[in-house]
Write a protein that binds this ligand. Structure first.
Ligand code: BES
Ligand code: ZN
Length: 593
C-alpha cells in the first residue's frame, strides 16, 4: 500500500478512475446534492478500491456486472475526511455509488434569493481546490488521477446550471418544475477542477470562443470589463502554445466567493470585485486564463508542488500583460507582488517550512498553508531561470515544457529533471535547491527596477515625512501607481494625513477593490473613524479572503476597532464562506495576545 499524495487515500497499487459519470439533483431547500457517480476504471479489476469522501452519506454501491458492492467508511480525519473502501468483484470496470452531500460540504456555498443581486432566485456554486471535491463526489481526490467526466444536473426550472465542462444540451427534468442540464468534459482533469454553479444566470458573448455568465443585473458590466479576453487568449497562445480547452467562458459569482478567481476549465469562476469599471483588475483574468496551460494542462502532482501551478501562472499572467499593455508597468506589478510576498513571509516567519517552494504538507490542511509564497516566490524563481536562459530560449523551453507534460501531473523534482535535460547546468546556476528546499528568499532573487517605481516609493517616503505630492504629480497616476504609493505608506497615519489622502484621491469611493482595501486597511489601522461605516459595508459584502485578512487584521490595532470587528463579524458570519470564516477567526484569535 502506498499513498503518493499526503492529502488523499488514493493507493497507487489500485486501479485509477478514468471517467466520472455524474447524475445530480441540486436541492436548494436542503442545501444538498443527491444522486450518483459512476466511476469508470482504467481496466477490469478486483479487490479494494479506496476513495476520498468528506461529509458524504453513501447509500449504496453497485458494480455493473455483479450487483451490490460491499463498502466500508473509515474514521473521519479532520483534514482528509473518510476513506470509502469498495470491495470490487472480479472483472469490475465500473462502479456506481448513490450518495448525498452534507449541507455543510466545504466545496459548496448556498445563497437564499435575498442574498443575490436579483433577490428572486437562489444560487449555489462549488470550489473544489485544493481537496474539497471529496465533499461533493466520492473519488480519488488527487491530481495524480486525471478524469474526464460527463454530467446530468437537475435544478429548479427557473435556474441555469454551468460546469467546468462543455454544455451538451438541456431538457425538462423528471420531477415537475425542474430542468436537466447535460455536460461533457472530454479532457482529463484533476478532480479539483470539477465545478458547478446554478442560479439565475444570463450570458453574453465576448468572442466566438469566450462568453461571460452572471446574474442578469451584472452581465452587461461584466462583458464590458472582460472585453479584452480574446486578445489575452491569442497572446497566451503565442507565448505558451495552442489553447486546448475549446471555449474560455467566465462566471461572475456573488461577492462572498472567497477567492479572486478559480481556473475551472472552460468556465473560470470570478469574484465580482474584479469588475472595477475601468478594466484595472483584469490581471485576475490573465491569471486564470494562464492556468489553462500552467495548472490545468501541466498540473501539480500534489499540494507539495503547488508552486508549479501558481508560480508559473503568476509569471505567465505578467508576461501576458506585458505583451498586451507594454512593459513599463511591469515593475509595478512585481512590486505589488513583492508587497504580498513580504506580508506572507512576515506572517509565517522567514524560516518557516511553509516558505519553501517545495513543501511537506503531510498533516497540514492546504487551506491553512495558503499564502502568496508559491505565487510570488515561485514567479521569481521562474524569472531567475528565464533571465539565465534568455527570453527567447526560455520561451521555447516553456512551450516544450507544456507540450511534454500536457495532461499530466508532475512534481518539482520532475520539473528540475526536465530543466536539466533541456537547459543543462541551469539548476545549479540559479541555485534551484535554495529556491525549492530553502526557507525565505534566496540571495539571487531578481530585482525589478523602474524609474516609475522609484518615483512612487520616494513620494510615499516624502509623504510620511510630511511632504504632500503635488496635484500635477499625482494627476497622471493610474490605479497600479496609486496602489504602489499607498502600499509604501506607513501603516499608521494621523487624521490630517488620512483626510488629505481621501480628499485628494477619493479613496473611500473607489471601485477598484485593491485600492479601496489598501486604503481602508491603513485608515482602519489608524483608528480613523470617518471610514468605519465603509469598512462595515465592505466586510458585510465581500468574502474574498485576500481582502478580509488585511481588513480584519487592521481592525485589531485598536480597542474600539476590535469591538467594531467583532460586531461586524457577528453580523456577517452567516453570509461568509466557511473558508472565509476560518481566516477571520484565525485573525481575531490574535487580537487578545
Ligand atoms: N487556483 C487559485 C485559487 C485557489 C488556490 C483556490 C488554492 C483554492 C486553493 C487561483 O488561480 C488564484 O490564484 N486566484 C487568485 C488570483 C490572483 C493571484 C490574480 C486569487 O484568488 O486571488
Ligand atoms: Zn492561480
Amino acid at each position: 500500500m502506498a499513498q503518493p499524495d499526503p492529502h488523499s487515500y488514493y493507493d497507487i497499487a489500485q486501479p485509477r478512475t478514468r471517467h466520472l459519470r455524474l447524475n445530480w439533483r441540486v436541492d436548494f431547500e436542503r442545501h444538498e446534492i443527491r444522486g450518483s457517480v459512476t466511476l469508470e476504471l482504467e481496466k477490469p479489476c478486483a479487490g479494494p478500491l479506496d476513495l476520498d469522501t468528506k461529509g458524504i452519506t453513501v447509500h449504496s454501491a453497485r458494480a455493473e456486472t455483479d450487483g451490490d458492492v460491499v463498502f466500508s467508511l473509515g474514521d473521519a480525519d479532520p483534514i482528509l475526511g473518510r476513506r470509502l473502501r469498495l470491495e470490487l468483484p472480479q472483472g469490475t470496470t465500473s462502479v456506481t455509488i448513490l450518495y448525498t452531500t452534507a449541507p455543510e460540504a466545504i466545496a459548496l456555498q448556498w445563497f437564499e434569493p435575498e442574498m443575490t443581486l436579483g433577490k428572486r432566485r437562489p444560487f449555489m456554486y462549488s470550489q473544489c481546490q485544493a481537496i474539497h471535491a471529496r465533499t461533493i463526489v466520492p473519488c480519488q481526490d488527487t491530481p495524480y488521477v486525471r478524469v474526464s467526466y460527463s454530467a446530468a444536473v437537475t435544478v429548479p426550472d427557473k435556474l441555469a446550471a454551468v460546469m467546468s465542462a462543455g454544455p451538451a444540451g438541456d431538457r425538462p427534468g423528471e420531477e415537475a418544475a425542474t430542468r436537466t442540464f447535460l455536460f461533457e468534459m472530454p479532457q482529463p482533469i484533476p478532480p479539483y477542477l470539477l465545478a458547478i454553479a446554478s442560479g439565475d444566470l444570463e450570458s453574453r458573448d465576448i468572442s466566438p470562443r469566450a462568453r461571460v455568465w452572471a446574474e442578469p443585473e451584472m452581465v452587461g458590466r461584466a462583458a464590458d470589463e472582460f472585453a479584452e479576453v480574446e486578445q489575452m487568449i491569442e497572446t497566451a497562445e503565442q507565448l505558451f502554445g495552442p489553447y486546448e480547452w475549446d471555449r474560455y467562458d467566465m462566471l461572475v459569482l456573488p461577492p462572498a466567493f472567497p477567492f479572486g478567481g478559480m481556473e475551472n476549465p472552460r468556465m473560470t469562476f470570478l469574484t465580482p470585485t474584479v469588475i472595477a469599471g475601468d478594466r484595472s483588475l483584469v490581471d485576475v483574468i490573465a491569471h486564470e486564463l494562464a492556468h489553462s496551460w500552467t495548472g490545468n494542462l501541466v498540473t501539480n502532482a500534489t499540494m507539495d508542488h503547488f508552486w508549479l501551478n501558481e508560480g508559473f501562472t503568476t509569471w505567465a499572467e505578467r508576461r501576458i500583460l506585458d505583451a498586451l499593455h507594454g512593459e513599463e508597468a511591469s515593475a509595478l506589478r512585481w512590486a505589488i507582488g513583492q508587497n504580498a510576498l513580504d506580508e506572507s513571509l512576515a506572517r509565517f516567519g522567514a524560516d518557516s517550512p511553509l516558505t519553501k517552494l517545495r513543501t511537506d504538507l503531510c498533516g497540514v490542511d492546504p487551506d491553512d498553508a495558503f499564502s502568496s509564497i508559491p505565487y510570488e516566490k515561485g514567479a521569481r524563481f521562474v524569472t531567475v531561470i528565464e533571465r539565465h536562459a534568455g527570453r527567447e530560449r526560455f520561451g521555447q523551453f516553456m512551450r516544450k515544457y507544456i507540450r511534454t507534460f500536457r495532461f499530466t501531473s508532475i512534481t518539482s523534482e520532475e520539473f528540475i529533471a526536465f530543466l536539466e535535460r533541456e537547459l543543462p547546468g541551469t539548476a545549479a546556476a540559479v541555485k534551484a535547491d535554495a529556491w525549492l528546499y530553502g526557507t525565505g528568499m534566496p540571495s539571487n532573487a531578481p530585482v525589478f527596477k523602474s524609474s516609475r517605481l522609484d518615483t512612487l516609493t520616494a513620494a510615499a517616503e516624502a509623504f510620511a515625512a510630511g511632504r504632500r505630492p503635488t496635484a500635477r504629480a499625482v494627476g497622471g497616476w493610474d490605479s497600479d501607481e496609486l496602489l504602489v504609493f499607498l502600499q509604501h505608506l506607513p501603516r499608521q497615519l494621523d487624521g490630517e494625513s488620512l483626510g488629505w489622502l481621501d480628499r485628494n484621491f477619493r479613496l473611500t469611493e473607489r471601485g477598484n477593490y485593491e485600492i479601496l482595501v489598501e486604503w481602508l486597511s491603513v485608515a482602519a489601522g489608524s483608528d480613523y473613524e470617518p471610514i468605519f461605516s465603509r469598512v462595515r459595508e465592505v466586510l458585510l459584502e465581500v468574502g474574498r479572503m485576500k481582502y478580509l485578512r488585511p481588513l480584519y487584521t487592521a481592525l485589531g490595532a485598536h480597542p474600539r476597532t476590535r469591538i467594531l470587528a467583532r460586531e461586524i463579524y457577528a453580523q456577517g458570519k452567516a453570509g461568509y464562506h466557511s473558508l472565509s470564516r476560518r481566516v477571520i477567526e484565525s485573525v481575531m484569535e490574535k487580537y487578545d495576545e
